[in-house]
Design a protein. Sequence first.
Length: 206
Amino acid sequence: MTESKFENYSGVFDGRLGFGKKAAVLVIDFIRAYTTPGEPLYAPAVVTAVNETVDLLALARSKGVPVIYTQVLYNRHGLDGGIFVQKVPILRTLVPGEPLAEIVPQLTPTDSDIIIVKQYASGFFGTPLAASLTSMGVDTLILTGCSTSGCVRATAVDGMQYGFRVIVPRECVGDRHQAPHEANLFDIDSKYGDVVTKAEVMAYLT
């Protein structure tokens, strides 16, 4: 859907931001809950996106590009999740010590990476993400993670609003269903950032 715009988007919602001078890679909620078969949040497309992200992170680290993770965690009473956990009760299971809440082993953080705990969809909401990026002089935010229609989109919108060039390598994000995945990539590409191929991101990092 992002490959060609609707006719009435042409000249209105087809601008490009491009890459800036300094990038960071954000790994959004790639946790075991989405990659473990049989679990309620399991999504095969997320497993594919995780695997596609492995060499992108390796390249980013080799070039000194900051890598930041977000991880959803709640207190056991769930009050820090507010209305969100009322709307999506399964999120209450993501508590400290729960194996399904852990970051996937394929993308284990290193000592040089940053892990930001969040309770809501956007990686920016109620977190130090914007301040951390600004302090590092980052102007380009490469988004990987899940889900495309939820936390990735919310983070893309806030990223743009905080003044960052948002770049989404389409192979490195996933969702529970192809329709919302494609629809939200279309919207991100139209209004909030640039949806590009993984190869384009790898070339930029190189």
